[in-house]
Design a protein around this ligand. Structure first.
Ligand code: 2YH
Length: 259
């Protein structure tokens, strides 16, 4: 999985506002409303403790500060612990945190200490980006294309199957592909035989995974992937509603899923 860089996290709330406008135009609802409906929860007066983690590649500049900005954006009080790792965890709990946010290179979790619920960023990101795609108001059918069946893509494909969509999926990894066919019953999308979709959920760490043959005129592409899956010229040519943002939408889903 790609690690975020400090540059990805610059100007985060402006990026969120731009995406929220697109989400609202494309689905009729903004990210808070979609999270509320998807998880059946609302923010309360939870206090969020953010613990920087030094393991592996270490602390990412802007990461904890971004989590604090997101926490506050959704109306919650938060704080970043002075120390990282175990000492920070102790500090967060002793400081009255109801929810702990922390990430190493492999997993990013939100843990609600009051109700015991725990969420991972990869599952929540898959669920919320696929949920956004599935709400496209100009959709021409219940067919959705999922590109990438790693941890995020699989979670999104699973969510869409449960919601009753016809999921077409592709991944160059045949093990991932077979697992999704056997466990979820997705249809294999053959890139040699292109067909056009009005809803696309993309979850790969690669650029240009979306080609002209896959997208309908006027479609919604929902992707947490960095870099962007969609070549710039296609966004204009096909009048695409592109939802793409590095952190806030996934973290919003994590929080709502554990309220
Ligand atoms: O970026 C990551 C991982 N790729 C998981 C994110 C899932 N989209 N982890 C962030 C590491 C943060 C660092 N340990 C810190 O600053 O605390």
């Amino acid at each position: 999985m790609a690690l975020l860089t400090p540059e990805d996290l610059e100007d985060l709330l402006n990026k969120l506002n731009a995406n929220n406008d697109i989400i609202k135009g494309a689905t009729g609802e903004d990210i808070s409303q979609i999270c509320e409906e998807a998880y059946g929860t609302k923010p309360g007066n939870q206090k969020v403790g953010i613990v920087p983690i030094t393991a592996g590649n270490g602390i990412i500049g802007n990461f904890s500060a971004s989590l604090l900005a997101i926490t506050e954006y959704f109306g919650l009080e938060g704080f970043i612990t002075e120390h990282p790792d175990m000492t920070g965890y102790y500090e967060a709990v002793a400081g009255g945190a109801d929810i702990i946010l922390m990430a190493d290179d492999h997993i990013f979790i939100a843990h609600n200490l009051s109700n015991g619920k725990i969420a991972t960023n990869h599952i929540c990101t898959g669920v919320i980006y696929s949920e956004i795609a599935s709400r496209y108001k100009h959709a021409d059918s219940k067919d959705v294309l999922v590109i990438g069946l790693g941890r995020v893509g699989y979670a999104g494909a699973s969510h869409l199957v449960k919601k009753g969509f016809n999921v077409y999926a592709c991944d160059p990894n045949t093990e991932f592909m077979n697992k999704a066919i056997e466990e979820l019953g997705v249809n294999a999308f053959d890139i040699e035989k292109p067909r056009k979709f009005s809803m696309v959920f993309e979850a790969t760490p690669n650029a240009n995974t979306i080609s002209e043959g896959m997208i309908a005129e006027r479609c919604l592409v929902s992707t947490p992937g960095i870099p962007c899956a969609l070549p710039d010229d296609l966004v204009e040519k096909y009048d695409i509603d592109l939802v793409m943002e590095p952190l806030v939408i996934g973290v919003a889903a994590m929080l709502y899923s554990i309220f």
